[in-house]
Design a protein around this ligand. Structure first.
Ligand SMILES: CCCCC/C=C/CC(=O)SCCNC(=O)CCNC(=O)[C@H](O)C(C)(C)COP(=O)(O)OP(=O)(O)OC[C@H]1O[C@@H](n2cnc3c(N)ncnc32)[C@H](O)[C@@H]1OP(=O)(O)O
Length: 390
């Protein structure tokens, strides 16, 4: 198979892979590739001079089929039909990835292959130990089959700014098609993350508050969607306290490893806000409605041990051996067959996806209203004037 697939990378190979021309009719939404972007990407691909390698070609084929036809709908080729079997496997591995996500991933992947790619929205697929471009507040590296996305703003307890949300969305899109087997989030410094940067809402002029809340709601929805749709195993390595959105998102992760110095806090009522990250749905499922209410309504802070007992955390490690034990384990997991990892995740998660997208949309709408409330404005002012700390 390798011999046949490593033929020249030229338009003729496109014919070998039989890319059909299909008209797409999809709405243009923020951060989603338009029909034109998709068409441009197809043309850009024909101009490539360098062979991107079999693995990338198979990914391109699979994303193209998913974007134009949806989930794999053809019979599995025989084991001896190597090329078609490899193509079928790659397409089938995308499971029920939505067409528009596949289209965006296709555009991202093609632009990462182009030597002229300059836009900040274009993130390269991870090569071994390669650091991805972007601000220094999010560091993306890839090594040993693991793409690591690290919050890197330790002086602000890794609080997440508006641009960091956008960078994380791009990093997740790139990681979904890179060569890594699993993707891991962690924090640099003593905190995992103190959640949303509260100054996202304070550096706003009074006559643009409503527009800011609306834009934040759109961005938040897209951010959380990127986690819901992420196709590979997603792991959180919680190195210290976690607050707000980085806690709620954990319900969308496949494994959560915590140092025994980590804590888990969702002080939404204190902030005049409401849950996000699909926690209003995932937390009651994970820990039962009573324990979820204590966290999400009353803002009870959990120790790592408590969070583990309630099913939010997979395992707790002593701080002294945390990094060594967790990364050793993750490197072993990352050697497992990549397609099998994806397919098993898909089986576990796919039934919930539609529901999760609906919950996300609802939570974002409610939060948009909360951000404009007097309760929320007072809480932000308190934080800024340092009258209260969590
Ligand atoms: C697109 C928008 C999407 C919005 C999604 C909504 C999500 C909801 C949430 O995430 S709610 C959670 C919000 N987070 C907080 O409320 C935490 C606020 N921070 C604190 O209470 C404290 O800082 C602390 C308990 C995390 C740490 O206290 P400590 O005393 O140890 O340290 P400092 O307070 O001195 O912090 C050091 C500097 O870091 C700044 N900082 C910390 N967290 C945040 C934050 N979330 N937003 C903005 N800035 C933060 C802090 O102000 C200090 O800065 P300074 O040195 O310049 O004073």
């Amino acid at each position: 198979m390798a011999g046949r697939l490593t033929r020249r990378w030229s338009p003729s190979l496109l014919q070998v892979l039989r890319f059909p021309v299909v008209q797409l009719h999809m709405s243009r939404t923020a951060m989603r590739a338009s029909e034109k972007d998709f068409e441009n990407a197809r043309n850009q691909l024909k101009l490539l001079t360098k062979d991107p390698g079999n693995e990338v070609k198979l990914k391109l084929y699979a994303l193209y089929k998913q974007a134009t036809e949806g989930p794999c709908n053809t019979p599995k080729p025989s084991m001896l039909d190597f090329i078609n079997k490899a193509k079928w496997d790659a397409w089938n591995a995308l499971g029920s990835l939505p067409k528009e996500t596949a289209r965006q991933n296709y555009v991202d992947l093609v632009s990462s292959l182009s030597p002229s790619s300059e836009s900040s929205s274009q993130v390269k697929p991870a090569a071994a130990n390669e650091k991805q471009p972007g601000s220094e507040n999010i560091i993306v590296t890839s090594q040993d089959g693991i793409t690591k996305i690290m919050f890197n703003r330790p002086s602000k307890k890794n609080a997440i700014t508006t641009s960091m949300y956008k960078e994380i969305i791009h990093a997740l899109k790139a990681a979904s098609t890179d060569n890594s087997a699993i993707t891991v989030f962690t924090g640099n410094g003593d905190y995992y993350s103190s959640g949303n940067d509260l100054t996202n809402f304070t550096d706003v002029s009074p006559n643009s508050i409503e527009e800011t809340a609306k834009n934040a709601s759109i961005l938040l929805r897209e951010f959380v969607d990127a986690f819901i749709d992420f196709p590979k195993p997603l792991v959180a390595v919680i190195n210290g306290p976690a607050v707000g959105i980085v806690v709620t998102l954990l319900g969308l992760f496949d494994a959560v490893y915590a140092s025994d110095k980590a804590t888990f806090h969702t002080p939404f009522s204190e902030l005049g806000q409401s849950p996000e990250g699909c926690a209003s749905y995932t937390f009651p499922k994970i820990m039962g409605p009573a324990k979820a209410a204590e966290m999400l309504i009353f803002g009870k802070k959990l120790t790592a041990g408590e969070a583990c007992a309630q099913g939010l955390v997979t395992e707790v490690f002593p701080e002294s051996t945390f990094q060594k034990e967790v990364w050793t384990r993750l490197k072993t997991y990352a050697k497992l067959p990549t397609n099998s990892l994806r397919i098993s995740k898909e089986l576990i998660r796919s039934n919930e996806k539609e529901k999760l997208h609906a919950v996300n949309a609802e939570e974002c709408t409610v939060l948009q209203g909360r951000w404009l409330s007097e309760e929320c404005m007072n809480a932000l002012m308190n934080f800024m004037s340092r009258k209260s700390k969590l």
